[in-house]
Design a protein around this ligand. Sequence first.
Ligand code: FBP
Length: 269
Amino acid sequence: MKHKRLCEPDFGKKDNYTIILPIDQGVEHGPHSAFYATDHPEMLDVDYQVDYIAELLEEGLVGAAALPQRTANLLKFWYPHLAQDIIMKLNHGNNLNDWLDPTQAVYATTAAAQGMGGIGYTIYPGSLDQDEMINYFGKIKTHASPTAKTILWSYPRGGEFNPISFETTMHAAYIAAQLEPDVIKVKLPEYDNMSTLCIRVDRVVKSACGIPVVFSGGTKRGTEAILMEAEAIAKNGGYGMIVGRNVFQRKRNEGKNLLRDIHKVFRES
Ligand code: FBP
């Protein structure tokens, strides 16, 4: 398979794949846990962070970066030639108060993402705010520039259910597919071993009704576990991975090496 950048016309097409770098965890989990208390604390400095993202894009190690408004605008300002590889993430939650019902506030409009290649948006199916979140995505599709790709995070949250069970993840993909984004992003369903994982990835991909699915990396773990997941995704129809903490919380060269290894798995599948 061939790696595609967001800016390329055949992004999202069959027999391609992409690796997306999301760095919105500073909003979601806070800059201390996302950046400072990691093996790569330099990421707390936004100038360093922007240069690092640009380097990963320029070296072809990632095909797009999904960023909150401030970081996206800085990257676009300093590296305008990379604007079409930026996905501006419009809404965010945060984990400051576990007592609140899970929801995401809109921080940026489609107009703010003008001139960037993509728009990222999250829905929480199963939450109290699910209808509002789903309805707002309709407005995004109406107002987004026709050339901007939409990437929809579909994360079931908020009810008495396991948010990463196999059934719930299939449901998340199916709901997202009805909104017809360009790419759907879900978490990997829980699994016991490689063969269960392969079957589950295949079923989740089919639940997305033909829309490319990328799976998230999750908290930082050992290289072997990530590469096993990459192989299951690559061999069972996944369009790629969206890997954040596993990349940028490693020292810079270790993060790059992990990305090279992930590409090898996808290229050879
Ligand atoms: P990671 O690879 O770091 O998990 O990033 C993917 C992502 O979807 C981010 O966009 C988002 O901030 C994060 O996961 C949410 O993670 P969690 O569900 O653990 O809060």
